[in-house]
Design a protein around this ligand. Structure first.
Ligand code: CTP
Ligand code: MG
Length: 230
């Protein structure tokens, strides 16, 4: 039976947020944002372990008290480097066919329902895949004067989210092959090896906190999720 492991890259500085500390440590409904991110995995029986990947000089991390969580201070210069360092660090304790779910620390509103959908739809897949959402807005291509050059068709376009779920050995090979300098998600590295990751339907609630206004939205979504669980 293949096991499911989670890697949470949390070594970013949150430059676009512009806050006094990295965004994953901002308070959200009374606890650090990253503790919300971890909770859906902590409580899921199919998740074996969660590895939180921190910057080596991180001074903000506080334990969430879960026995499932292991902290690895292996953060790199880019998100891809952080993830590859994490995959290397756990290589001796996982099987190459085990699943690794990579999920942004800054994505705190993943629901149990979406996590179940991802695990179910990919359980027997040979490649793996990711949560993603079809593009809803009309897309404009800008010219150099920031005027509309043309309208782009949005058919077939999806916005990638996380978790992105791939076999440990395949993902490690893919990130080594593509290199970790370019901004890339895990799926892009897998594509680079010639595979086609599966797009599993996510939803807009699984947002990434990038700008200050996203934090307020995440608070509203989490508040709503907590009320529905009462
Ligand atoms: N991340 C990481 N290591 C890096 C860069 C990013 O582990 N060298 C993590 C972030 O902590 C975050 C996730 O990757 O959980 C998604 O990245 P992003 O939203 O871009 O976060 P930051 O890089 O921190 O933000 P910014 O790009 O605004 O600086
Ligand atoms: Mg970034």
């Amino acid at each position: 039976m293949r096991k499911n492991y989670v890697l949470i890259p949390a070594a970013g500085s949150g430059s676009r947020m512009g806050s006094e500390r990295p965004k994953q440590y901002l308070q959200l409904l009374g606890k650090p944002l990253i503790h919300h991110t971890l909770s859906v995995f902590e409580t899921h029986p199919a998740i074996e372990r969660i590895f939180v990947l921190l910057s080596p000089d991180d001074t903000y991390w506080t334990t969430c008290g879960s026995k499932k969580v292991t902290v690895l201070r292996c953060g790199g210069e880019t998100r891809a480097e952080t993830v590859l360092n994490g995959l290397n660090a756990i290589a001796d304790s996982v099987d190459e066919h085990d699943w690794v779910l990579v999920h942004d620390a800054a994505r705190p509103c993943l629901s149990r329902e979406l996590l179940d959908r991802l695990l179910d739809e990919l359980a027997n897949d040979s490649v793996g895949g990711l949560l993603a959402v079809p593009v809803a807005d009309t897309l404009k291509r800008a010219d150099k004067q920031q005027r509309v050059d043309r309208t782009e068709p949005r058919e077939g376009l999806w916005r990638a989210q996380t978790p992105q779920m791939f076999p440990h050995g395949l993902l490690r090979k893919a990130l080594q092959a593509i290199g970790t300098d370019a901004p890339t998600d895990e799926a892009q590295a897998i594509e680079f090896l010639g595979h086609a990751p599966k797009l599993v339907l996510g939803d807009g609630h699984n947002l990434k906190v990038t700008y200050p206004e996203d934090l307020a939205m995440a608070g509203l979504i989490l508040g709503d999720m907590e009320n529905n669980n009462d």
